[in-house]
Design a protein around this ligand. Structure first.
Ligand code: GAR
Length: 206
């Protein structure tokens, strides 16, 4: 059967990438196929996870490309060369330009560690999101998978999952609970949903 070719963009530990790899191995992600992992940081542990799973893994560093524009040109070339049809941002710490995003309407999804529209947008990434949630004093947080458009964390929501904040939570503890109870489940689920949708569209056009 035809499967949608997926690239995963990462910058760090790659636990969300691991969730995608595990979901594929378990047959939960079957309309799409993980074909490529790209990191903007050479030291990202996500690269090791990719290699271990037998996935092609590339590093593209902003500094080697002379800035964001060159970086996105290299990124586009790598994606086109492999016929990538869906891009999953899984802890990718770089804000892509409207020009790049415009090339992939409804073909880029992102996982964000809060219930959008809370604690999102420019400056809210990684632990900072959980620090902000604790500072505000919310009792429920969670994770969101959304389409990526030109507004940071502003694209249409695909899936959300709430997670309780518990007394004595630190940003690190809350981050871990949000990953375990929300992110690692909804990211593979959304990747499957969107891949199935793209497959359906392709069938219609045929
Ligand atoms: C995850 O919590 C992800 O939601 C977050 O970074 C972490 C990456 O962890 N992403 C953002 O904050 C994007 N704005 P991982 O590398 O272990 O998947």
């Amino acid at each position: 059967m035809n499967r949608i070719r997926i690239a995963v963009l990462v910058s760090g530990g790659g636990t969300n990438l691991q969730a995608l790899i595990d979901a594929q191995a378990a047959g939960l992600l079957h309309s799409g196929e993980l074909r490529l992992v790209i990191s903007n940081r050479p030291d990202a542990y996500a690269l090791t996870r990719a290699e271990r799973a037998g996935l092609e893994a590339l590093t593209i560093r902003l500094a080697d490309c002379g800035g964001q524009e060159g970086f996105e040109t290299a990124l586009t070339e790598a994606l086109r060369a492999r016929g990538i049809e869906l891009i999953v941002l899984a802890g990718f710490m770089n804000i892509l330009s409207a020009r790049f995003i415009g090339q992939y309407p409804k073909r880029i999804i992102n996982i964000h560690p809060s219930l959008i529209p809370s604690f999102c947008g420019k400056g809210f990434y990684g632990l900072k999101v959980h620090e902000a949630a604790l500072r505000y004093g919310v009792k429920v947080t969670g994770a969101t998978v959304h389409y990526v458009n030109e507004i940071p964390d502003g694209g249409q929501i695909i899936l959300q999952e709430p997670v309780r904040v518990l007394p004595g939570d630190t940003p690190e503890r809350l981050q871990r609970r949000v990953m375990e109870q929300a992110e690692w489940r909804i990211l593979p689920e959304a990747a499957e949903l969107v891949s199935a949708e793209i497959l359906k569209d392709k069938e219609r056009i045929k």
